[in-house]
Design a protein around this ligand. Structure first.
Ligand code: NDP
Length: 450
């Protein structure tokens, strides 16, 4: 609950102006609730309208994206870029291509990104973008024409010192490659750092593909070690989704000695008591772009349930939601607790509803919030930009060890901030406070600009 008068006024005003943006309001409310002790300690924030500025994006760009499908028919989608906060660096955040994309979802993602990027300790502001275009079922040529049209408008708003997009749901190496190519063509400038997640032959970083999933496991392992004196070894793990984050979280959790028994896509989930055959899932999802149901057809003893939200009923020690926002609700959280799960760390952005988070906190679950636990992706994007600026490529081991160090650092920064805020061990409060403080200090120092 927000009890501070100033924060209440800001939130009420925001809610009145953005009543049709539930995901954005959900993300803001969580942060404002967490940072109350800091705002009370710093009355100058109110005098400088700091929170009013923090919750309003610096700029929102929307545009038409026309493209021609394989049948010769003209299609029109809507493109967006939310440039949320540039206090500590150029805007940085992924592009999402999914039919559910709208302004509320991208504003919540851009807002969250601001604090996540701050936690990485790298100089990156917060942004997010995308389109309601659905790459599923489209040919490579259709995806290419869409990406080229999208970048033909977006290019004028971005650049390595301005705003640096990356991938997200529906945007992987293929889409990033097409967008980079079009940007280079239009600007006649090879700016490596203007987009990340690039192919390895033109400035991409080793370990970027693995970074979010691996980083999630590094964060979780450090939290388990420091807060529980425990590890992944011998644990049963449930991971939702079967995209980039889910696949590499499965890979690292397995490498650390756990058994991952369930994965999903938006149609349903699979439960394989023998442990997921990840080589099969990688081929299914990264190469053939098929449905998770096919796993059950080819793996005897596996159950397929055609309802992805039921995945939380699978008994496990550790749950890693890695699909999408609000995929884990109160009923899912209660099922996890009832079946003995004691750790939930978020690979997806805001996958747990506020009611689910309350269940975790009331039941002593070790809860790792997304903006801390999944920051490995953007951290490694930051490392990709560094390599591009240096015109050098680091080895996989070099990037991976920096990623591990950053994730462990994020855990400790969040834990220490939770102690300072009087909520020891509440990593949600800790991550929000630690992420906020750096951004707030930079905004205060720069005066009332944005
Ligand atoms: P992908 O597109 O690679 O995979 C997304 C997965 O989630 C797919 O299995 C997809 O199933 C499933 N999914 C998507 N939408 C829904 C939905 N509405 N309901 C149920 N399942 C759904 O995306 P990523 O793995 O890259 O991203 C997953 C999450 O992680 C997102 O929240 C993203 O913002 C976050 N994230 C990603 C980072 C990255 O580096 N990629 C960095 C930090 C956060 P289907 O194929 O059926 O759509």
């Amino acid at each position: 609950m927000i009890t501070n008068d100033y924060l209440n006024r800001v939130y009420e005003g925001l809610a009145a102006r953005n009543a049709h943006e539930p995901e954005f309001l959900q993300a803001v409310k969580e942060v404002l609730e967490s940072i109350q002790p800091l705002v009370e300690k710093h009355p100058e924030y109110e005098q400088y309208g700091l929170i009013e500025r923090l919750v309003e994006p610096e700029r929102i760009i929307t545009f038409r994206v026309p493209w021609v499908d394989d049948a010769g028919k003209v299609q029109v989608n809507r493109g967006y870029r939310i440039q949320f906060n540039s206090a500590i660096g150029p805007y940085k955040g992924g592009c999402r291509f999914h039919p559910s994309v709208n302004q509320s979802i991208l504003k919540f993602l851009g807002f969250e990104q601001t604090f996540k990027n701050s936690l990485t300790t790298l100089p990156m502001g917060g942004g997010k973008g995308g389109s309601d275009f659905d790459p599923k079922g489209k040919s490579d040529m259709e995806v290419m024409r869409f990406c080229q049209s999208f970048m033909t408008e977006l290019y004028r708003h971005i650049g390595q010192f301005v705003d640096c997009p990356a991938g997200d749901i529906g945007v992987g190496a293929r889409e990033v490659g097409y967008m980079f190519g079009q940007y280079k063509r239009i600007t006649t400038s090879f700016q490596g750092g203007m987009i990340t997640g690039k192919g390895l032959t033109f400035g991409g970083s080793l370990a970027r593909t693995q970074a979010t999933g691996y980083g999630l496991c590094y964060f979780t392992a450090e939290a388990l070690k420091c807060m529980r004196g425990d590890s992944f070894a011998g644990k049963t793990v449930v991971i939702s989704g079967s995209g980039n984050v889910a696949i590499y979280a499965t890979e690292k959790a397995t490498e650390l000695g756990a058994k991952v028994v369930a994965m999903s896509d938006s149609n349903g989930y699979i439960y394989d008591p023998n442990g997921i055959d990840l080589a099969y899932v990688k081929n299914l999802k990264e190469v053939r772009r098929g449905r998770i149901k096919e796993y059950a057809d080819t793996h005897p003893g596996t159950t397929y349930v055609p309802d992805c939200r039921k995945i939380w009923e699978v008994p496990c020690d550790i749950a890693l939601p890695c699909a999408t926002q609000n995929e884990l609700d109160e009923a899912g959280a209660k099922a996890l607790v009832a079946n003995g799960c004691t750790v939930v760390c978020e690979g997806a952005n805001m996958p747990s509803t506020p009611a689910a988070v309350e269940v975790f906190l009331n039941n002593g679950i070790l809860y790792g919030p997304a903006k801390a636990a999944n920051a490995g992706g953007v951290a490694t994007s930051g490392l990709e930009m560094t390599q591009n600026s240096e015109r050098l490529s680091w080895t996989f081991e070099e990037v991976d060890s920096k990623l591990k160090g950053i994730m462990e650092g994020i855990f400790h920064a969040s834990y220490n901030a939770s102690v300072e805020a009087g909520s020891e061990g509440n990593l949600m409060v800790g991550a929000n406070c630690a992420g906020f403080l750096k951004v707030a200090t930079a905004m205060m120092a720069q005066g009332v600009t944005y």
